[in-house]
Design a protein around this ligand. Structure first.
Ligand SMILES: [Zn+2]
Length: 223
């Protein structure tokens, strides 16, 4: 059904590009990428990711194609339920262990080390969303469209305090150190990590995804 490159949801009205009739999906360009379904099937078959109280398996995310995932999960918490994801993130299978490891091995220890606080919640500002990158119409389909990305804006602690990417990145020195440790640790788990240094779109959140970069698919973006 899809050619190598497909322009989705274009309507031309009166010589102007229009998005009328495009109720759900804005305009984006998507490629045929068979590795995505293969990778998700392998992850599901591995048994490494098992549903539990905090991880609910959902039915296939419908399109509009080529968005979606075969059997995504709604992840409401990491670290045995100790760290909430709010609202719950809709993610494809390979993202689950990456988020889990990042929270356990980077974010919680960094909160204790740099802030002396206990991490209890991550504020999720985006997960699955069938849209172009950076919401720019005509751009490539975002990894969010494949449920292969999550955006985190705020870290909350057991004492009710919070650190935001927006306020902390250039804010209090301890918050700066915490956020840089969290960002750098994310680069060990995810293939794309974008924060305030990347561009103005990411001034207030970290974007984490498992895209494949480069000819061999092994490239990484960490900025
Ligand atoms: Zn994002």
């Amino acid at each position: 059904m899809w050619g190598r490159s497909v322009l989705v949801c274009v309507a031309v009205a009166g010589g102007l590009l229009s998005l009328w009739g495009c109720s759900q999906a804005p305009l984006f360009i998507a490629k045929e990428e068979p590795w995505r379904a293969d990778e998700e099937r392998q992850c599901l078959a591995s048994g490494y990711v098992r549903p539990n109280h905090f991880l609910v398996q959902r039915a296939s995310l419908g399109g509009p194609e080529p968005c979606g995932a075969l059997k995504p999960f709604e992840m409401a918490a990491a670290a045995d339920g100790y760290v909430q994801l709010r609202p719950a993130a809709m993610l494809r299978c390979p993202m689950i262990p990456a988020v889990e490891r990042w929270v356990r091995e980077t974010v919680r220890p960094a909160a204790r080390h740099y802030l002396g606080r206990d991490l209890v919640e991550l504020k999720v500002v985006a997960s699955y969303s069938c849209r172009p990158m950076n919401h720019v119409n005509g751009g490539r389909l975002s990894e969010h469209g494949h449920a292969n990305a999550v955006d985190i804006a705020t870290f909350l602690f057991s004492d009710g305090e919070a650190v935001t990417v927006k306020g902390g990145w250039r804010g209090d020195p301890r918050e700066q150190a915490f956020l840089r440790a969290v960002h750098d640790g994310a680069c060990r788990e995810f293939t794309t990590v974008l924060g305030p240094e990347a561009d103005s779109y990411h001034h207030d959140h970290f974007h984490l995804d498992l895209a494949r970069h480069g000819r061999d698919g092994m490239g990484r973006i960490c900025k």
